[in-house]
Design a protein around this ligand. Structure first.
Ligand SMILES: Cc1cc2nc3c(=O)[nH]c(=O)nc-3n(C[C@H](O)[C@H](O)[C@H](O)COP(=O)(O)OP(=O)(O)OC[C@H]3O[C@@H](n4cnc5c(N)ncnc54)[C@H](O)[C@@H]3O)c2cc1C
Length: 408
């Protein structure tokens, strides 16, 4: 197990600087355009693929970094560039993690490369769990997967919503119920291969922020996938269902479902995205406060402004520390006994919302316009308190963990 450290090693610093260069030179200059267009920034993803940032190799290298700092460092830099474009670049990662967390070696080797494509023909992937009536309450999802034993195929039916890259993805990972009687314990995840008949894109959402990232409904109408597309395989599923049924009979402890495993592992990563956006807005505000003059002096000369910047810097730093600790714990298999993963996501996402708002205030009228990036950053920041578990759901996890009580 790697010791927890707050120091990036030389190799990590090199990667961080490389990512920062890409974020500053390629992502940030394109941010306003793609925000206005509200379209997937394919040319930027392709550019990221060319230099090796959008690739399985790069993602896996960061994901398996034993210090736990690879992913948060990468997320912070890319999202510092722009949240919408960065989500278009890393959105595939959520689906990839779903396969890494629950798939067999063969499934990992077969499907993850197809999620990314190659630099001359980039692809994206989608992780589809949420439904119109199953957002925070993941257990109530209605999409059904029924096994057709004669053909060794699974048949999927249902409607997914809010799927990042939904409908435009090459590979979709879909969470469905195989045994509704078991609630979330009866869920399983499936690969829907490219071009599978019956999968279509529903409504594409027009959003408040992260507008360069594609978010849409995914409709599954008698989608047939081979038995080999059940993540983890049938034997493992049958064993898990048998254990769940046994526990349900005995009224025992809850078993974690596949979708929750994905979210737990990815929560600190979302916290790191929020740190990137918060830091970006803080830096813009700091620069502005040093150069904008009112009453014959830079506005930062006033404690009212300087102290706000001090609070912003402190919050960003604290959020990063919580995210790094949780990421180190996750990669080293340390259980979140004090809900450290949820704490990191809660604190970092609320920090991003607050700090980007403070940045608008420091830029005054300019901050409120699209001439300056903090207005976009503030719109973008709102997503961090919503996806992969709202702030209220994080508080639910934390309060249950610290109190040991079934808080509702
Ligand atoms: C841009 C975007 C991208 C997304 N990408 C994906 C994706 O790729 N894949 C995917 O599967 N999903 C995705 N989501 C879905 C996201 O995870 C859900 O929106 C989120 O989990 C919240 O669910 P909901 O929107 O249905 O809100 P609801 O669950 O309806 O919640 C509404 C409000 O009620 C509160 N609330 C609910 N239950 C409780 C409770 N028990 N106690 C206190 N408060 C409560 C919530 O905190 C929230 O404030 C995305 C969403 C967005 C907006």
């Amino acid at each position: 197990m790697a010791e927890f450290t707050m120091e990036l090693n030389d190799e990590q610093k090199e990667v961080r600087d490389w990512l920062h260069g890409f974020a500053a030179d390629v992502i940030r200059p394109a941010a306003a355009e793609w925000d206005e267009r509200e379209e997937t920034p394919w040319p930027v993803i392709q550019e990221a693929a060319k230099v090796g940032i959008y690739s399985l190799d790069f993602y896996a290298q960061q994901y398996f970094d034993a210090t736990g700092l690879g992913i948060p460092m990468a997320m912070e830099e890319l999202f510092w560039g722009d949240a919408g474009i960065a989500l278009s670049i890393v959105g595939t990662g959520l689906a990839a993690v779903g396969v890494l967390a629950n798939g067999t070696e063969e499934q990992i080797g077969t499907w993850i490369p197809q999620m990314y494509g190659d630099p001359s023909d980039v692809k994206v992937a989608a992780f589809c769990s949420s439904e119109p009536d199953a957002g925070s309450d993941v257990a109530s999802l209605r999409t059904r997967a029924v096994y057709d034993e004669a053909k060794d195929e699974w048949v999927l039916n249902g409607t997914k919503t809010w799927a990042t890259n939904g409908g435009i993805a090459n590979v979709h990972v879909v969470v469905a119920s195989v045994d509704p009687g078991l609630g979330s314990k009866g869920h399983a995840s499936f690969i829907v291969p490219p071009g599978t008949p019956g999968l279509s894109q529903g409504q594409k959402f027009k959003k408040h922020g992260i507008r360069a990232s594609h978010t849409a409904e995914v409709v599954l109408d008698n989608v047939r996938v081979p038995g080999s597309c059940l993540l983890g395989g049938k034997e493992k599923l049958d064993e898990r269902l048998a254990r769940a049924r046994e526990k349900a009979r005995a009224g025992g402890e809850r078993v974690k479902n596949a979708a929750m495993a994905t979210f737990e592992a990815s929560r600190p990563a979302v916290g790191a995205m929020a740190v990137g956006t918060a830091r970006a807005a803080y830096e813009v505000a700091l620069d502005y406060a040093k150069t904008r003059e009112q009453f014959g002096r830079p506005i930062i000369d006033n404690q009212g402004v300087a102290f706000q910047l001090a609070d912003m810097a402190t919050s960003v730093d604290a959020a990063r520390l919580m995210v790094w600790r949780a990421s180190w714990m996750a990669i080293n298999g340390k259980p979140f006994t004090a809900a450290e993963g949820s704490m990191s996501k809660l604190f970092a996402s609320e920090t991003a919302k607050k700090v980007t708002g403070q940045a608008i205030q420091i830029l005054g009228g300019n901050g409120y316009t699209r001439e300056y990036p903090v207005e976009r950053m503030h719109r973008d920041a709102a997503i961090y308190t919503i996806f992969e578990g709202t702030s209220e759901i994080q508080r639910l996890v934390i309060s249950r963990t610290v109190s040991g009580l079934p808080i509702r």
